[in-house]
Ligand binder design. Sequence first.
Ligand SMILES: NC(=O)c1ccc[n+]([C@@H]2O[C@H](COP(=O)([O-])OP(=O)(O)OC[C@H]3O[C@@H](n4cnc5c(N)ncnc54)[C@H](OP(=O)(O)O)[C@@H]3O)[C@@H](O)[C@H]2O)c1
Length: 330
Amino acid sequence: MSKSRILLTATNLFSNYHIAKRTLTAKAFIFKKQFDGFPKKSDLQLVEEELPSIKDGEFLAEALFLSWQVKNPKFPEGKYVVGDFGWRTHTISEGKTLPNGFPGAWVVPDFGNLPLSLALGPLGMIGNTAYFGFLELCQPKNGETVIVTGAAGAVGSLVGQIAKIKGCNVIGVAGSDDKGKWLTEDLGFDSFINYKTDNVRKKIKEYAPNRIDCYFDNVGGEISSTIMLYMNVHGRISVCGAISGYNENTLPKATIVQYPITFNQLRMEGFMVYRWVDRWFEGIEQNKKWIEEGKLKYRETVTEGFENMFEAFTDMLKGVNFGKAIVKVT
Ligand SMILES: NC(=O)c1ccc[n+]([C@@H]2O[C@H](COP(=O)([O-])OP(=O)(O)OC[C@H]3O[C@@H](n4cnc5c(N)ncnc54)[C@H](OP(=O)(O)O)[C@@H]3O)[C@@H](O)[C@H]2O)c1
């Protein structure tokens, strides 16, 4: 029996598992108390659970073993799966479709020489969020100006590079000059705004003299209002997330955006990536091709050890990560 690795996402519940054979004791983080403001370690509890025997239609996924026993033919022997399993080391699942239409688990296709961990980043949900959320909703054209917030995060760093592939002038917004250096020097972004230290309005005017055509919004809040006030007629906004408000107890206030939306006839649309579940592997294939061609670069911020899950999660919320934050179960 050989060993395999499991990678758990720190930002959401999708996990990359290898199918396992034996019944084991699972470790899991459970809520003691719902988060109130910024998450505290005392809100969670690390527990151990004896898993029952698996039934027809189920499979057992675990961290350390390649061999496995399955009673669900949709998840063939020896394959890796990405599943909505929670912060757990071992899980019995049927891989059923979730109420939102998303598969409870999907089998990772062949990545060739690329690392398996990419199933949690550019070759999985994150990559598809960037690929479909940007291209389908922003419809970028050669020569247009695109701005991305959360630009050094997992999704944003891919969106900016896809915008460059499409021939756009790309501005990234993130929270440190080191991140800016990475975006402009390594990933090919044209310019960078540090939203913590720069005058965002002034910098946008400098880097987008012809105003902004596409905005990929990961963060919401006042930065988004500032950007929308400086968009072109018929500009497009893809609303991916609102990370600036995730840990607030009350919804943050920002300058109203109806004025620029009306007068510049902007189109603003939110999305959930499972909208494109029918085209899931198209996104993965295209991003894989771009990675292999050297057009799409990625970076992972890896934390070792399942027990360090909480620290990895709060580091991500504090903006410590470059690219995708993942936890390697050791
Ligand atoms: N709609 C969908 O289907 C879908 C799917 C996946 C993800 N998402 C959303 O997409 C967004 C990005 O996800 P991700 O996985 O790329 O995130 P990520 O890699 O975890 O990056 C998050 C980054 O956001 C930045 N940030 C944190 N607080 C901020 C604040 N108050 N204002 C501005 N920036 C802040 C931090 O970097 P700096 O502050 O240092 O820049 C942090 O590194 C999230 O909102 C997530 O919920 C949506």
